[in-house]
Design a protein around this ligand. Structure first.
Ligand code: AMP
Ligand code: MG
Length: 422
């Protein structure tokens, strides 16, 4: 019987020379480091930026003891004993932002509003709902305890305390926290500049007229959107035809101007693709076959000082490899001390899925609550690596682990909810 000497492909049961998803990511993360540059910006522009300094509190928060409720401030020594009901003259009134000038005397109370500074010698507040008012006096009973309803100075944050460490992506409550210290400017890492281009003679820009045998570029637009969403400065370098000289030039320009370069297509075995050949000459690039579907061919390395991500050509493979590989690497490069990853939960699969062990699959799924209140996931449609529609309809990846084989209806599967990026 005669046999052909053929190359391995993603359809093979156990392909030679492949990396697992885990080891590909580990290699990539090991090769990138945080960009050093920082800049000083206004706190009002700082949401989603990566903090580059520790925030140390210059003040106590709250800065003064204040009332947590609307009520009457008294001295704890005046609290009624068991079974006792006592009467207090209302000596004055204090509201937030206007400290009480006088001093509280024994047997008196001061009417106080929430957030108002506690008058001198007062240390306990009786809620207005818990008193009886008789003209200019109140009566209180014995149900109260010393120092109740008072927020102590510094009980939230003490002066000199470090409240935020560098390397976090700033959230709205953290912006509020920094504002509560009276800090108006902070140091953040400078945004990454990322060059993006597509390769291939068949690829058209969205402003081009349709041409026979050609397709509109989707990868450059989906990648640029993803990069913008995570705060990168994007350099749109357009479409580079399958021509060695133009590709070489594009790689060199990108490497001089960007921290990272993203391309799609041209990294698998294809006769007309010069990308691989030119990349091998221009940079220090690894061409990996990753045991995953979609996304098998991935190129990664550097051209000059820029990190290079050569994602596959198929539009879904681009999104999967961006989410699984590029996103954690970019987060590390932008100075995040811990990558922000989407939660992976277990859900019941509503249908069977054919799968061979030996590669990780990232199917596009729709996660929802089943009638029994448990999470369930169904397919978002046709799963071909060029079918962007199901990726666009999905809200989660169904992750079928490396060793796993076919799934039957009702099996529990891992589901990664789109949250950090999509
Ligand atoms: P390649 O790896 O270059 O052979 O590309 C694999 C598949 O992805 C082919 O069907 C290409 O036409 C398609 N493809 C490559 N680049 C893009 C792009 N920028 N947008 C949409 N599809 C693309
Ligand atoms: Mg191509």
């Amino acid at each position: 019987m005669s046999t052909l000497n053929v190359q391995s492909s993603c359809g093979d049961e156990n392909e030679q020379g492949t990396l697992t998803v885990k080891s590909a990511l580990k290699n990539m993360l090991g090769a990138v480091s945080a960009k050093k540059a920082t800049e000083q910006i206004n706190l009002t522009d700082a949401v989603d930026r990566v903090l580059a300094q520790a925030i140390t509190s210059p003040v106590n928060v709250p800065s003064h003891c204040n009332s947590a409720v609307d009520g009457y401030a008294i001295m704890q020594a005046d609290l009624p004993a068991e079974e006792q009901v006592l009467s207090f003259n209302i000596a004055g009134r204090v509201v937030a932002g206007h400290p009480y000038k006088g001093e509280l005397k024994k047997g008196e109370c001061i009417q106080i509003m929430t957030g108002a500074q506690m008058p001198e010698l007062a240390d306990t507040v009786i809620m207005q709902e818990h008193v009886e008012v008789h003209g200019n006096a109140i009566r209180i009973d014995a149900r109260h305890s010393a120092r109740q309803n008072v927020r102590q100075a510094g009980e939230d944050i003490q002066q000199g305390q470090i409240i935020l460490e560098p390397g976090i992506k700033l959230t709205p409550p953290q912006i509020g926290l920094i504002a509560s210290l009276g800090i108006s400017e902070i140091s953040v890492t400078t945004a990454l500049t990322v060059a993006v281009f597509s390769t291939g003679d068949e690829v058209l820009s969205i402003s081009d007229a349709p041409r026979e045998g050609c397709i509109y570029d989707s990868n450059r637009y989906s990648m640029m959107a993803a990069l913008k969403k995570i705060g990168c400065q994007v350099l749109d370098m357009g479409i580079i035809p399958d021509d060695p000289e133009q590709l070489r030039q594009a790689f060199n320009v990108a490497a001089k101007n960007a921290d990272a370069i993203f391309t799609s297509g041209g990294v698998s075995v294809g006769e007309a693709d010069y990308t691989k050949q030119v990349l091998s000459e221009t940079g220090s690039i690894n061409f990996w076959k990753v045991a995953m579907k979609p996304g098998r061919p991935v190129a990664f390395g550097n051209i000059g000082d820029a990190t290079f991500f050569g994602l596959p050509g198929n539009p879904v493979a681009v999104m999967v490899t961006f989410y699984q590989f590029a996103l954690p690497c970019l987060q590390k490069m932008m100075g995040l001390s811990t990558p922000l990853i989407s939660p992976i939960i277990k859900a019941r699969c509503t249908h069977s899925i054919r799968k061979i062990a030996g590669r990780t699959e990232f199917q596009r799924g729709i996660l929802s609550k089943g009638e029994d209140g448990e999470w369930e996931v169904c397919t978002a449609g046709k799963q071909g690596s060029g079918i962007l529609r199901s990726m666009s309809d999905a809200n989660a990846f169904i992750i079928l682990e490396h060793e796993r084989s076919s799934i039957t209806e009702g099996d529990w599967v891992s589901v990664q909810v789109f949250s950090v990026l999509f």
